[in-house]
Design a protein around this ligand. Structure first.
Ligand code: PEP
Ligand code: MG
Length: 951
């Protein structure tokens, strides 16, 4: 962003009228090399369309779009007219003219800054100023402010300690652009102040952009310094804090009665209301993407303000979920600095003409507010084929994007049916143990009957299996025994039941294995069924028209209860693609998106929605064009896949005759056949740890040999690249307990583990050599970071080879750590091949945890630093006549394929379903052009620059 310098301010200018002032301004721009003299026409034309008077004695003259060709450089200049110039349509006097020459939207940030200052009375001070520095400081002045609204409040945060609460508070403040990233450093537990009744506060006075207060409550109250901590209030303060509002807030907080009330608040809106924060509970809300090429600059903003002014009722607007301002105020609109692609959220005051007006305004914004606009297609909608990272389950999702994890394919259109978790009210204690025991017994029996009915009616065996498992859970004698113990302690039936189920579910959810952890949902599901019986909670009525079911996480029984003819699709805030709800949705053929973030629960009932279960994208209030575009895109993708499928067995040869081997990544032996059918020319990565995980104890040599033989048999002579056991980090083996590590990704994982368990490695190598029968076997070791590791692993293999010689063996390594890429020329002398694991290589190069809930999206394998390491690896390998494969997700990323090929990668190995598409993509490519593209990519400085090269 460019900042105003004193040399940009022209003091003590005189003009008899606006025409002369514009003439002067144009001369200034010409003198500073920003425009040619033709720009004057544009300035005049613009004023004739409507005056650019802003308020507070300031005008912002700028040219029409047609005059943009007269602009040489984007810039802003300021002329001070102390005697004033009549400017506005109503005779308003201007003392300061801020003239803009803007090629793009760079000037918006300046304008945003300038217009903020207009919120205070500065006209007189501007007129009287006599130094450029005075003008700059007046324009840069921030009016007093104090932000607290429901988007700065989060409840039920899954927090284990105060650090977690700091994290969430910081996140909320950052997201509302109230603080910079460094603010987090100020949040230290020794600075916490206990206000009373579990409410604590902390104040930070540095790194604050806008004074604000955020509030987070933990899922369960924490204990801190022997006191309860059930709410943490974080105050981000600076000199601009509006002290009147702040004191009012603190007075509320210091009232013990209010704090008592706060204890019972469950929702952010309730807390916000209690503390006098901005809540727009009953206001009608609509969102629209801003499509104007240069954002919400003066012209479209004027248009929007005029439209809003036509209604008596209030209309508020925010950009990307930030602060709401009046849509009727031009200065406030400009202060938002809205840019193309950002979401404008508009609120209309209930029961006023503004509600009807909202529709018109939304249409006007869509139509460009008087400008010709190109539709904005978010990047994540254009990359339908690029692999997506599965969002880990995190109860508090701060994701801004309107997408989630695709869980069940297909498009669905319908109205939102939001089902919030049921509320169970019950007393903690009861007087009569026998009565409570009987109540529980009856409730369990009723649920057993329900489940039996569901099993017998289930159209699908996956669903029947889930309910059979639920039935088994209820039959568990230990479960009943533990709950009975609680009943004997005087707890009421619902309380005893809930506490035990909750305990079990938490233990299950904390298991390291995501698959097992996911089963906590089943426990809660069946638990809630019983609880509903005990508390007399009725099931929610299903709408009669096609709808999109929105829930925090859809439990299996919710899905099974669905009427397939009415539920068009499913959208959940939490959950992963391997969860039961996703499995059931797939089994029923209902398009589904899971883990789309908590904000989906805020979608108003009956709002029209479009969900794309192929890509994970969803659109609120889609228009006909969006629906037909999505349908078209889906149809195209289906067609493309069909075409690709037809030719999947043919080799992948570029237009200029360069062949690339395309192989499959598998984790289960049975999938080999499917891989071959989809066109795999080899198995490029057999993740043997997944085979190990399917056993309760470590498989012995014979068991392993049988499994590997199946793969060889199905490959019918094609090569098999096997990775030795790669556990540790995010992949624990239940029967190989490991001590706790603070940083498991930097700990004993991959080769580091098997070198410490050499018997395990020897057994695996023996089984592989025995199974090969001289068929093409390629063995590679994972996570090699140091030469010594390679040498030790190789020595173990050489020892095993003495007893089990194998003719057709190549020995290589996974290249997943920057150290080994940098030493590639040394390794290249020793190995037969490299296989680049871009998932880990990216994680370790960019120092971003690949599963991080917030950051993992930034771990882009097309980052130039990662490409440089790949380039170095390929060059070193080829110098020594060795081949290189890529087996990370990047290998099937359609934007990465040409670059990887251009860098000289010999083999791409990917999930089986991607094989036909990547092969067909390669057939369209030209190797020489890929080489040029790769060289350009190596010169880029960011991953987005690289992606922009491909378009
Ligand atoms: C990789 O790291 O890119 C890789 C293929 O290994 P995994 O994803 O199994 O760690
Ligand atoms: Mg890896």
């Amino acid at each position: 962003m460019f900042a105003l310098q004193p040399s940009h301010i022209y003091m003590q200018q005189v003009a008899t009228d606006k025409t002369q002032a514009l003439q002067k301004l144009c001369e200034i721009l010409v003198k500073d090399g920003l425009v040619t003299s033709e720009y004057l026409q544009g300035l005049n034309d613009r004023e004739n369309q409507s005056a650019t008077y802003l308020g507070q004695g300031i005008a912002i003259p700028h040219g029409t779009p047609q005059s943009r060709q007269a602009i040489l450089q984007t810039g802003v200049r300021v002329a001070h007219f102390p005697q004033g110039v009549v400017w506005g349509e109503n005779g308003e006097i201007v003392y300061l003219a801020i003239v803009i020459s803007a090629k793009s939207d760079e000037h918006l940030q300046v304008l945003q800054q300038l217009t903020r200052s207009l919120m205070s009375d500065i006209a007189e001070k501007i007129q009287q100023a006599n130094q450029p520095e005075q003008i700059i400081s007046l324009l840069n002045a921030q009016p007093p402010s104090f932000m607290l609204h429901e988007d700065l409040i989060a409840t039920q945060a899954p927090a284990f300690d105060v650090e977690d609460l700091f994290f969430y508070n910081n996140f909320l403040l950052k997201k509302q652009q109230c603080v910079t990233s460094e603010f987090h450093q100020l949040l230290r537990s020794d600075a916490l102040i206990h206000i009373g009744e579990g409410v604590w506060s902390i104040t930070g006075e540095k790194y604050v952009l806008k004074p604000a207060v955020s509030i987070v409550t933990p899922e369960q109250p924490l204990q801190f310094l022997n006191k309860t901590l059930s709410m943490l209030i974080c105050i981000a303060s600076n000199d601009n804090m509006d002290m009147i509002q702040f004191h009012h807030f603190m007075d509320t907080l210091f009232s013990p009665a209010k704090r008592q009330q706060l204890q019972s608040c469950q929702e952010a809106t309730e807390i916000a209301q209690l503390l006098g924060a901005t809540v727009n509970l009953n206001w009608v809300k609509r969102s629209v993407i801003l499509q104007n090429a240069h954002g919400l600059h003066a012209r479209p903003a004027t248009q929007l303000a005029k439209l809003a002014q036509a209604y008596r009722g209030d209309i508020q607007v925010s950009v990307n979920g930030g602060e709401f301002v009046s849509a009727k105020s031009l200065t406030k609109l400009l202060s938002l600095g809205g840019q193309r692609g950002q979401t404008l959220t508009l609120l209309a005051e209930p029961e006023t003409d503004a509600v009807a007006g909202l529709e018109k305004i939304i249409h006007a914004v869509r139509d460009g507010l008087g400008e010709v606009v190109e539709p904005f297609v978010p990047q994540n909608q254009t990359k339908a084929n690029s692999p997506k990272t599965t969002e880990p389950v995190l109860n508090l999702t701060f994701d801004e994007e309107i997408s989630g994890t695709p869980a069940s394919k297909g498009l669905a259109v319908g109205t939102a049916h939001v089902v919030k978790p049921p509320v169970f009210n019950y007393e903690r204690f009861a007087d009569n143990v026998a009565t409570e025991t009987q109540k529980l017994k009856t409730a369990i029996e009723n649920v057993q009957k329900q489940l039996q009915k569901l099993i017998s009616e289930a159209e699908n065996k996956d669903i029947a299996q889930i309910f059979t498992a639920h039935l088994a859970l209820l039959d568990d004698p230990d479960l009943q025994h533990q709950v009975n113990k609680k009943l004997m302690q005087g707890l009421s039936a619902p309380c005893a039941w809930f506490e035990h189920i909750d305990d079990l579910a938490k233990k299950q959810a904390s298991l390291d294995n995501p698959l097992l952890a996911g089963r906590a949902v089943d426990l809660r599901d069946v638990g809630n069924r019983v609880l509903a019986q005990l508390c007399g909670v009725k099931e929610v009525n299903e709408p009669t028209d096609a709808y999109i079911l929105i829930m925090d996480d859809v439990a299996p029984s919710d899905v099974a209860r669905l009427n397939k003819n009415r539920v068009a699709g499913i959208l959940t805030a939490f959950g992963g693609a391997s969860g039961h709800s996703a499995i059931v949705a797939r089994a029923l053929g209902i398009p589904a998106i899971v883990g789309a973030g908590k904000r989906v629960l805020d979608i108003a009932q009956h709002t029209p929605l479009l969900i794309n279960g192929d890509t994970g994208d969803y659109v609120i209030n889609p228009d006909e064009t969006q629906i037909s575009q999505a349908k078209q895109a889906r149809q195209q993708a289906i067609e493309q896949r069909k075409q690709a499928q037809q030719h999947c067995l043919k080799p992948a040869i570029t237009q200029d005759n360069h062949q690339v081997e395309v192989a499959g990544n598998i984790g289960a032996v049975q999938v080999t056949k499917e891989a071959v059918e989809q066109g795999a020319e080899a198995i490029g990565l057999l993740r043997t740890e997944l085979i190990f995980m399917s056993y309760h104890t470590a498989p012995d040599i014979q068991t392993q040999e049988l499994a590997y033989r199946q793969v060889f048999d199905a490959l019918a002579g094609r090569p098999l690249v096997v990775r030795t056991l790669d556990v540790g980090g995010d992949k624990p083996l239940p029967y190989l307990p490991m001590p706790h590590e603070d940083n498991p990704f930097l700990g004993i994982r991959g080769i580091r583990l098997t070198l410490r368990q050499p018997l395990l490695l020897k057994q695996q190598l023996t089984a592989l050599l025995k199974a090969s029968d001289n068929r093409p076997l390629r063995i590679m070791f994972p996570m090699i970071a140091r030469l010594e590791e390679w040498q030790q692993a190789k020595a173990i293999l050489d020892e095993v080879r003495q007893d089990y010689p194998c003719e057709n063996l190549q020995v290589g390594m996974m290249l997943e750590v920057p150290s080994s890429a940098l030493l590639a020329s040394t390794f290249a002398k020793e190995v037969d091949f490299f296989s680049i694991g871009t998932n880990d290589l990216t994680q370790y190069t960019l120092a971003i945890d690949r599963g991080h809930p917030v950051l993992s999206k930034e771990a882009d394998g097309l980052h130039p630093s990662v490409l440089m390491l790949i380039d170095k690896t390929v060059q070193s390998a080829h110098q020594h006549g060795k081949w290189v494969g890529v087996c990370g997700e990047l290998a099937s990323d359609s934007q990465a394929v040409p670059i990887l090929i251009g860098l000289g990668v010999d083999e791409l190995s990917m999930s089986v379903t991607s094989i036909p598409l990547v092969k067909s993509q390669i057939r369209e490519l030209n190797y020489q052009e890929c080489q040029k593209l790769a060289q350009q990519a190596l010169c880029c400085t960011t991953a987005s620059e690289v992606r922009a090269l491909i378009g």
